[in-house]
Design a protein around this ligand. Structure first.
Ligand SMILES: [Fe+2]
Length: 332
């Protein structure tokens, strides 16, 4: 409460007496304002509404454009100056210059042959989908050096050390996903650079709970029960869930067969692992190809139609919403 007190209406009266003697609502409001108190029956904006507001908008980012921009950035800035050479995919709503959806961020990143991206850790959960990499691209998670091959998904959960390097002959490109917008809203942000700069490698591994290798994902999709017309196509989950706040699913779409339109309180970001097609979100259609990113923010009805055998990585905040009983989904 403010230390300011309402001015007494006449000499000798206490603030409480002045409040109690308010002769009109207008006078009461005037006395409440300096106390930082608002009348709940006369709110300037409502605090409850019928269903989720569509605050964030559907959006699409193209890999060919990001690829070209990152090639330029590779000439213009090195990993000493840019700890992460990445391009933030921010949702084009007024006042937003960071979040892709309410809780999630997506960013394209590139590392040149011979480069290293310094190790650090932070409270936001992070993961990456590898788009293009030759053998030799790697990430180090808590001292374990893991390969990064195209189609792989690598996790760096809350407070795990992670850095990246490229001992291959070609630049490595990937898409990062983080729950930083959620952490911004909740406030528990912590960040720490690794004291050694680059975390030493304790061991090398191909198999790790931090890595969903494409060579394992593809057979799982082949074996999954086909579902051409459901909202997710033929879907498998990576992890259960992959992280406390982020769910990961791989969806295979049948060419020419639209998925069922649905809406969900979850925020979904789709990244195109392979193939091409169109996603229609709340009446807007986005035609995508490999490496593109499409954001379907909460409560935006959407469906997909592949034009060629397509696999999408679906990154969502279902893992966050479900245990809080805040996940609602409706087929339309
Ligand atoms: Fe990081």
């Amino acid at each position: 409460m403010s230390t300011n007190s309402p001015a007494p209406t006449d000499p000798g009266s206490s603030p409480g007496q002045a409040l109690a003697r308010s002769a009109s609502l207008d006078e009461l409001y005037r006395l409440l304002t300096p106390m930082n108190v608002g009348p709940g029956w006369n709110k300037p904006t409502p605090s409850l509404w019928d269903e989720p507001r569509k605050t964030f908008v559907p959006a699409h980012w193209r890999y060919d454009q990001a690829h070209a921009a990152l090639e330029a950035a590779g000439r213009l800035i090195n990993t000493e100056l840019a700890e992460r050479r990445n391009l933030i995919l921010y949702n084009p709503v007024p006042g937003n210059e960071y979040a892709t959806t309410r809780t999630l961020l997506a960013a394209y990143q590139m590392i040149l042959p011979g480069e290293q991206a310094r190790s650090h850790r932070h409270s936001p959960n992070a993961l990456r989908l590898i788009l293009d990499a030759e053998p030799g691209a790697y990430t180090i998670v808590d001292g374990v050096k893991l390969p990064m091959d195209a189609g792989d998904v690598l996790l760096t959960p809350n407070w795990s050390w992670h850095g990246h390097g490229n001992e291959g002959r070609a630049p490595a490109f990937w898409i990062d996903f983080l729950d930083t917008p959620l952490i911004h809203a909740l406030e528990p942000m912590f960040f720490e650079p690794h004291p050694a700069g680059y975390e030493p490698v304790a061991r090398t591994a191909e198999v790790s709970p931090m890595r969903f290798a494409w060579k394992d994902t593809l057979p799982r999709l082949d074996e999954a029960a086909p579902d051409a017309t459901g909202p997710y196509g033929t879907q498998i989950e990576l992890g259960s869930p992959a992280m406390r706040t982020i769910s990961l699913h791989m969806m295979r779409l049948t060419p020419g067969v639209p998925t069922a339109a649905y809406r969900t309180t979850a925020n979904n970001i789709y990244a195109v692992v392979q193939g091409s097609g169109t996603t229609t979100i709340d009446g807007e259609s986005f035609t995508w190809s490999r490496g593109d990113v499409v954001a379907a923010p909460a409560w935006r009805p959407h469906s997909h139609r592949a034009s060629a055998d397509a696999v999408l990585l679906r990154v969502s905040d279902e893992a966050l919403l479900r245990p809080l009983d805040l996940l609602r989904q409706e087929l339309l």
